[in-house]
Design a protein around this ligand. Structure first.
Ligand SMILES: Nc1ncnc2c1ncn2[C@@H]1O[C@H](COP(=O)(O)OP(=O)(O)OP(=O)(O)O)[C@@H](O)[C@H]1O
Ligand SMILES: O=P(O)(O)OC[C@H]1O[C@H](OP(=O)(O)OP(=O)(O)O)[C@H](O)[C@@H]1O
Ligand SMILES: [Mg+2]
Length: 283
């Protein structure tokens, strides 16, 4: 049995649970139970406050965890990170009141800055040769300038709407973060084997999410151009259509390139383009 700690309720929770489920692992989640056992994989899930996850994994109370890099690095255990998981992407940024004078980070010299991330911010300021007074608060950081607690803040930003709604302006990106899988560094052989199986499944799920299955019809005369646009995993599958002079082409495209490539496919004569999600992708 391997123990995985995830956030009980918050920005990481839903995506963490979805990832475990998409790995084919079934369990009964209840908002009251803080521990569940999977029914078809030797996995126990612990539901914790995200701030506690790095320490629990470091101490071996949990074997694995899913947590934001911001919290992991702030806790001082960056070495526990195994792989990024592609969700809960955000940044830690410095912000000042919209009307405040700001040219560069040097303007923060001797200023009061409110943050929940004193370690990450302290390192950033030291690297930029800035000495400031850090006020550590655990939440609602964006309120600090408007109540006279600080001239600047350093907190999580995603869409920027919390900053906007509190009359603040983002001035520096201090740290970029996303959810990561972390592991205790002294797992026994049996747990290492389970971790490997879990990572294999997670990678298959993530690869599938990043790619789409594409089917199209093209005139045989355009096949070379279509093949050049669709490299596929090894190479595209090409089959003849019942109608003379036409082929059906099947391949896999990266989601990031998808719109660009479909435009080019149409331009070389492709028709009837179908795009399907991929459930798992194993290389
Ligand atoms: N707006 C956002 N967009 C994307 N990711 C975010 C956002 N806010 C936070 N995150 C990421 O999700 C993590 C958890 O955020 P959340 O706001 O749920 O934390 P919390 O309030 O400290 O939760 P807990 O109650 O577990 O301590 C953050 O550490 C960060 O990595
Ligand atoms: O740039 P935005 O898209 O507005 O996101 C940023 C906000 O999101 C997070 O808070 P959350 O909403 O998770 O609430 P919390 O402070 O209770 O954790 C974070 O602490 C910021 O306040
Ligand atoms: Mg927290």
């Amino acid at each position: 049995m391997i123990r995985l700690a995830i956030q009980k309720s918050g920005r990481l929770s839903e995506d963490s649970l979805n990832l475990i489920r998409e790995c084919g692992i079934s369990f009964i989640a209840s908002s009251y139970k803080l521990k569940t056992e999977a029914t078809n994989f030797p996995l126990e899930i612990l539901y914790l406050r995200d701030d506690d996850i790095p320490g629990y994994v470091q101490d071996g109370v949990a074997d694995l965890g899913i947590v934001g890099q911001n919290v992991l690095v702030e806790a001082g255990y960056p070495e526990l990170e195994l792989e990024p998981l592609g969700f809960s992407k955000c940044r830690l940024s410095l912000a000042v009141a919209r009307a405040a004078h700001y040219d560069s980070v040097a303007d923060l010299q001797n200023k009061n800055i409110a943050t929940s991330y004193p370690a990450i911010l302290g390192k950033y300021l030291a690297e930029h040769g800035v000495q400031a007074n850090l006020h550590t608060i655990s939440g609602s950081v964006e309120i600090a300038p408007s109540i006279g607690l600080a001239e600047a803040i350093c907190d999580i930003v995603s869409s920027g709407s919390t900053l906007l709604g509190n009359g603040l302006r983002e001035v520096e990106t201090v740290f970029r973060s996303e959810a990561v899988l972390i592991a205790n560094q002294h797992l026994n052989e049996e747990k290492r084997e389970l971790l490997e199986q879990l990572q294999f499944r997670m990678q298959a799920v993530r690869r599938a999410r990043r790619n789409k299955y594409i089917l199209l019809n093209a005139p045989t005369a355009s096949l070379a151009a279509v093949k050049a646009l669709l490299p596929g995993i090894k190479s595209p599958t090409v089959t003849a259509l019942a109608e003379e002079g036409w082929v059906s082409v099947q391949s896999v495209v990266n989601e990031d390139d998808f719109w660009h490539i479909t435009g080019q496919l149409k331009a070389v004569g492709a028709e009837g383009i179908l795009v399907l999600p991929i459930e798992k992708m194993i290389s």
